[in-house]
Design a protein. Structure first.
Length: 202
């Protein structure tokens, strides 16, 4: 029993550190994107009608409320599992979390300084942009969204809470692991899925 508790404690700390690092990368990249000259947003969203300071304040408030909501609703799903199955799910979840984090870092590195915020219907482009067709973007339409989904799936396997299940189901429609129709993108330039594949250069 002590070995099981020790293993769970260690994996809990590993999970906390990995998630803190990923979240730090997300927020630092998001805040840094406001230093780059912008072009007109692609798509329509109330979010991009806000001034920069308004987006930052709203983003931080929404994040804080979301974190508080997850904390308050963090209730394990009452599923009776044997110690062996529980251990296996924790290991599988840990591997999935690391895989999702690795995919996120790869996609984030591919975007570089061009990483920017987007909504489900619009994205704020920089002054000039180009279509990314290498790295994870050569295989997956939304690698960053997909990485979030994999991380959530890993956390769900590890902790099996209702709030993670709900978040995972809500996030699922935003993951479409197919390659963008590049000729259509080049012709139209304003498809809903273009922003995830579009980055800009200063």
């Amino acid at each position: 029993m002590e070995a099981k508790e020790t293993f769970e404690t260690i994996t809990d700390w590993i999970t906390l550190l990995v998630m803190a690092f990923v979240l730090c990368m997300i927020y630092v990249g998001w805040l840094a994107s406001y230093r780059t000259p912008k072009a007109a947003p692609v798509g329509t969203s109330i979010w991009f009608r806000l001034p920069d300071w308004g987006q930052i304040v709203a983003g931080l408030v929404i994040s804080a409320l979301g974190a508080y909501g997850v904390y308050r609703l963090w209730t394990p799903i009452p599923i009776p599992l044997s110690p062996l199955i529980s251990l296996m799910l924790r290991v599988i979840g840990l591997v999935a979390m690391f895989s999702g984090a690795a995919l996120f870092l790869s996609a984030r590195r591919t975007l570089g300084a061009m990483y920017n915020a987007s909504t489900s219907s619009a994205v704020q482009l920089h002054a000039s942009h180009r279509l990314i067709q290498h790295g994870p973007f050569a295989f997956v339409r939304h690698p960053i969204y997909l990485s979030y989904w994999i991380i959530l799936a890993g956390l769900l396997a590890m902790y099996r809470t209702g709030v993670l299940l709900v978040i995972l189901m809500v996030a699922a429609p935003f993951v479409n692991p197919s390659v963008v129709d590049l000729p259509s993108v080049a012709k139209a330039g304003q498809q809903r899925d273009v922003p995830i594949r579009v980055v800009v250069r200063s």
